[in-house]
Design a protein around this ligand. Sequence first.
Ligand SMILES: [Zn+2]
Length: 141
Amino acid sequence: MSEKICTKCMAVFDGQKWFYDEGKHSRLTRMRRAEETLCPGHERIEKRRIDGVVSLKGVFLKDHLDEAMNLIENIADKQVHRNVAARVYNVHQNGEGITVETTETSLAERIGKEFEKAFSGDLTIQWLRDSEFVRVSWQRD
Ligand SMILES: [Zn+2]
């Protein structure tokens, strides 16, 4: 019995790798054969492992908050199918804008790039600690 399922999302482990599959997850849940555990993404959330921080700022953002929040959600949704470990840890809104903490560098990078693609503006990506941490800033006034 090498199959596993995440108890917090639709991720499954087939004995070799984790991937996101709602159909397989519900089949395995019904059969009660798979070990119930946390996927790499939820394990990182549990351990508060944050590998990326995205700061989104500017006047334009304040006028398009709903769009921005939807875009973050869509990007996170797509990215988890590519990499189960890539999760949004926290999204925080304040007077300055939106801050997103991610469990994986690629997701933070992707959010910055998708914001630039969707809304133009200025994007800065800063890799730290031998590329194990990324700080992404996007701004449009
Ligand atoms: Zn999970």
